[in-house]
Design a protein around this ligand. Structure first.
Ligand SMILES: [Mg+2]
Length: 365
């Protein structure tokens, strides 16, 4: 089988909140790049990549330039294709930034093709540890909401059957530690003691602040505290992780596989969180998960649950899938949630088909 063609598109997707209908800012759009990689066997692999913001046109061009390098190659030899992409850019563009975001789209599409060629769903092809995985509602309980809005949104998520959900601290303005503690307490009150509650700081605290506020919220019983300080401050993260009993999660902001070696070596986090675009695709994502497993650490996913559910389901140390619904609108059908668990599809590859009407509606280039 050979790769014969490709098509990339730029989309602008509405940034709404379909889970709890509590949008932070109405009318805002999120730019993404889609890829279809075609073969002489009639199989097509699909993928999405993003984070470009103002550089999304550059990202789309990077996806196209890398896809051109794959023409004529065997799509089942994924490591060979990935090596060609690195060599094609003079081995000097990775592993950070647009190169890796673009390369991730190629890698994801190749795994979709491999699953379709072998008539197996991706989660099974990658290890097939289990067909149902825990998932948590994400994107609804944001720091910009009032306490009252956060409580109502949290109650909505519980009503919808979610057993795990994530909120945020590092509130806007100049909050005192007491303000931060109050926010997680009111969310905990709204959902009761048995729902797993995570909390994301999105790198907004100093390590000392993380230790101080982290200690004050230990009694709330958080499932994890996420990105408590600058993502590549491996030693600072390690100080926070050592100081708190609440598990610390992190890793979504770093590129490639090497930063995870640093995180593990310094015990910067208890729970590595692996972003598929910044990791560089399915292939490096699974390598990071394997590295974490060897050190007795669980791993969690970042956004795109429709794709990441396969990876968490595949590996024995996959803990839970972030159910961030940003891109569900791009597909005809996405994995269902039953009893708070995501159910993996039996369809081959990613088991996803682009919704052509949606793509046409969101297309900007
Ligand atoms: Mg996060």
């Amino acid at each position: 089988m050979k790769i014969t063609g490709f098509e990339a598109q730029t989309l602008a997707i509405p940034e709404d909140d379909p889970l709890a209908d509590m949008p932070e800012e109405a009318g805002r759009k999120r730019p993404v790049v889609t890829l279809r990689l075609r073969t002489d066997a009639g199989l097509e692999g699909i993928a999405v990549t993003f984070y470009g913001g103002a550089m999304t046109r550059s990202l789309r061009t990077a996806v196209e330039e890398l896809a051109e390098l794959t023409i004529g190659m065997d799509p089942l030899r994924i490591e060979q294709v990935n090596a060609r992409l690195m060599a094609g850019t003079g081995d000097s563009c990775g592993p950070g930034g647009i190169f890796t975001l673009a390369a991730s789209a190629i890698d994801i599409a190749l795994w979709d093709i491999k699953g379709k060629a072998l008539e197996q769903p991706l989660w099974k092809l990658l290890g097939g540890h289990r067909q149902r995985v825990p998932t948590y509602a994400s994107g609804s309980l944001r720091r910009g909401l009032t306490d009252d809005q956060a409580q109502r949104a949290a109650a909505t998520l519980v009503r919808k059957g979610f057993r795990e959900m994530k909120t945020q601290m590092a509130l806007p303005g100049t909050p005192t530690p007491a303000d931060e503690v109050r926010r997680v307490r009111v969310v905990r009150e709204a959902i009761g003691p048995d729902i797993k509650l995570m909390c994301d700081i999105n790198q907004r605290w100093r390590p000392e602040q993380a230790i101080d506020i982290g200690r004050r919220v230990e009694e709330v019983g958080l499932f994890w505290l996420e990105d408590v300080t600058t993502a590549d401050d491996y030693q600072g993260l390690a100080r926070v992780t050592a100081a708190l009993s609440t598990p610390i999660a992190g890793g979504e902001y770093v590129y490639g596989i090497a930063p995870f070696a640093q995180m593990i070596r310094h015990h910067s986090v208890d729970i590595p969180m692996i972003d598929i675009c910044r990791a560089g695709g399915v292939t490096p994502w699974m390598k990071i998960a394997g590295m974490a497993e060897a050190f007795n650490l669980p791993v969690v996913s970042h956004v795109m649950p429709e794709i990441l559910c396969h990876l968490i389901a595949a590996c024995p140390n996959g803990l839970t899938v972030e159910y961030m619904p940003w891109m569900l609108c791009l597909y005809e059908e996405t994995p269902a949630i039953e009893d708070g668990m995501l159910v993996l599809p039996d369809k081959p590859g990613l088991g996803l088909r682009f919704d052509e009407k949606a793509l046409a509606a969101f297309r900007v280039g």
